[in-house]
Structures are given as C-alpha cells and as structure tokens.
Design a protein around this ligand. Structure first.
Ligand SMILES: C[C@H](O)[C@H](O)[C@H]1CNC2=NC(N)=NC(=O)C2=N1
Length: 98
C-alpha cells in the first residue's frame, strides 16, 4: 500500500503539511532545498537521513554543495510520489527542525 502512487490531489494535500516541499517540474516527485550554517551541519543532516532512509529501504535523490542539500523524492517502481516519500520528507523536516 505504501508504494501505491498517490494521485495529484493527495500529493497536493500532503504538501500543505510539509514545510518547504513542492512538486517537482516532472510532476512525479517532490523536492526541497535545505540550507545549513556550514558544511558540517549539512553533512550531519545527510548522515541522519541516510540511516533513516536505509531503515525504510527508501532513498533520496540528492546533492550537496557546501552548506546546501537539494533533495528530490519519488518512488521509482511506482513512477510517482507515494506515502513513503511523504514519510521520508516528514523525517527530513523533523531532523532539520521545520
Ligand atoms: C529493492 C528495493 O526495495 C528498491 O530498489 C527500493 C530501494 N530504494 C528506493 N528508493 C526510492 N526513492 N524509490 C524506490 O523505488 C526505491 N526502491
């Protein structure tokens, strides 16, 4: 069930409760940019997220440049956004503090 692709309305509804996240241009993923005080903070965040993601068996597409982490979430096998993406986005916001 968690890997079931969410419809447009369900994604839009979930995004209203997710600070900073938006639908990506492809319409099949959600994205957020996290900005930290420095590289150490950014990398500490990525480490926490990596451990949580591995536990979920659900992994972010992301990149890091200095103190910025750009994240895109989608569920590859569903070809869109699922509850797993929403859960991981919520965890990231908790780790980030918003
Ligand atoms: C076999 C394994 O469960 C899958 O490859 C998992 C791994 N991590 C994943 N991460 C993401 N973001 N999407 C997936 O569809 C996905 N699939």
């Amino acid at each position: 069930m968690t890997r079931e692709k969410l419809g447009k309305e369900a994604v839009a509804a979930a995004l209203t409760g997710l600070d900073g996240w938006a639908l990506a241009a492809d319409g099949a993923s959600i994205k957020r940019t996290f900005t930290f005080a420095n590289f150490s903070e950014a990398f500490a965040f990525m480490t926490r997220v990596a451990l949580a993601a591995e536990k979920m068996d659900h992994h972010p597409d992301w990149s890091n440049v200095y103190k910025t982490v750009d994240v895109t979430l989608n569920t590859h096998d569903a070809g869109g956004v699922t509850a797993l993406d929403i859960d991981l986005a919520k965890k990231m916001n908790r780790f980030f503090g918003s």
